[in-house]
Design a protein around this ligand. Structure first.
Ligand code: SF4
Length: 341
């Protein structure tokens, strides 16, 4: 079997759906994009401020010669409407935390590469690495950037988790369909029109601190100006991905791990009463758990306030009186005021 075909077989069997291989070269396009974001005060809070480092694969693995950019598809079922006293969860957090899954699959892939491609040094990059996984994916030719700032990997749309593996050997290169995926024209701007907070304000331009995905994960109090716009979103936001016609036709995932563990939306009143132990037991396997219980309870209060359902009043009153976190108490008081007044 030719080496590229053999590599492809190993990657698919390790549990990945698509991949592209590129030399471990600096990510020049992303460097320019991040510098512009920094100048315009749009640089994301959760990330390393060192742009050179974030766009230099060899900063993660000095001996890197190749980068394999990888994708795992996660579109499973379609979410129904959010019932009363429930909050919706982004598709990416329905199933088992993808960081766990991708890291485990990368471990399998490493064993395969050690055995068949003489790899002796490697580094994994799954979301929490300082490297920009989207930039690796586009530069390697795995996908192309959408107006909503997500990477589209045919035939899975932007419903993909991205990861990368840096290795110290020259692997067979994948063919690029276009010379430079960064320069692919963007034909649709439906996501920009759909974004409720104006976070996405032009194709490929985002103000991350206005994004509901960021707001539902940030610590502290959610700024008042965005609370109503959060609507029924308990965790994350898929609006700009759902707005994409390409994503409506996207191929479904073969991975059962990403099916909803507890539904596509969660009941808010039981969530408000949960102890840490109950929270861990109920949601500990999902990526929602990384911020802890209080952040989800704060978000639950915001959603209840937006829904205006009087059935939430007793639980919100109890939260105002008894919750140990001032941030959650404040959110509950805000919600109560909206329902009662
Ligand atoms: Fe806007 Fe939601 Fe997309 Fe964020 S995730 S840019 S809030 S539509």
């Amino acid at each position: 079997m030719p080496p590229l075909e053999f590599l492809s077989k190993g990657i698919y069997e390790a549990g990945f759906d698509a991949f592209a291989v590129m030399p471990a070269a600096p990510l020049e396009y992303m460097r320019a994009i991040l510098r512009q974001a920094q100048r315009e005060n749009r640089y994301p809070d959760f990330t390393d401020p060192d742009i050179n480092k974030r766009t230099e694969p060899r900063a993660l693995l000095n001996s890197a010669l190749s980068v394999i950019s990888l994708a795992v598809a996660y579109r499973t079922v379609e979410p129904g409407p959010t019932p009363p006293l429930h909050g919706s969860v982004s598709r990416s957090a329905w199933g088992i935390d993808y960081h766990r899954i991708l890291n485990r699959r990368l471990d399998h892939l490493i064993v395969f590469l050690q055995k068949h491609f003489q790899v002796t040094e490697w580094a994994k990059a799954v979301d929490t690495s300082f490297l920009v996984d989207r930039a690796l994916a586009v530069q390697a030719g795995l996908g192309y950037p959408g107006a909503n700032c997500a990477v589209y990997v045919p035939p899975y749309g932007s419903w993909v988790f991205l990861g990368a593996l840096l290795v110290n050997v020259e692997l067979p290169r994948t063919e690029k369909k276009t010379e430079n995926n960064w320069l692919q024209p963007i034909h649709c701007e439906g996501c920009v029109r759909a974004c409720p907070t104006g976070a996405l304000y032009a194709p490929g331009k985002i103000r991350p601190r206005r994004c509901i995905s960021y707001l539902t994960q940030m610590s502290g109090e959610i700024p008042l100006e965005f609370r109503e716009k959060i609507g029924t979103k308990l965790w994350g936001c898929d609006i700009c991905q759902e707005a994409s016609p390409v994503n409506k036709r996207a191929q479904l995932s073969r991975h059962k791990e990403f099916l909803p563990l507890s539904g596509t939306s969660l009941p808010l009143l039981p969530l408000l009463k949960m102890t840490n132990r109950q929270f861990k037991k109920e949601y500990g396997l999902t990526s929602m758990a990384w911020r802890g219980k209080n952040i989800l309870q704060r978000n639950a209060c915001i959603v209840l306030g937006n829904q205006g359902n009087p059935e939430a009043i007793p639980a919100l009153k109890q939260t105002v009186e008894n919750h140990p976190s001032p941030v959650v108490r404040e959110a509950a008081a805000w919600a109560l005021e909206r329902i009662i007044l």
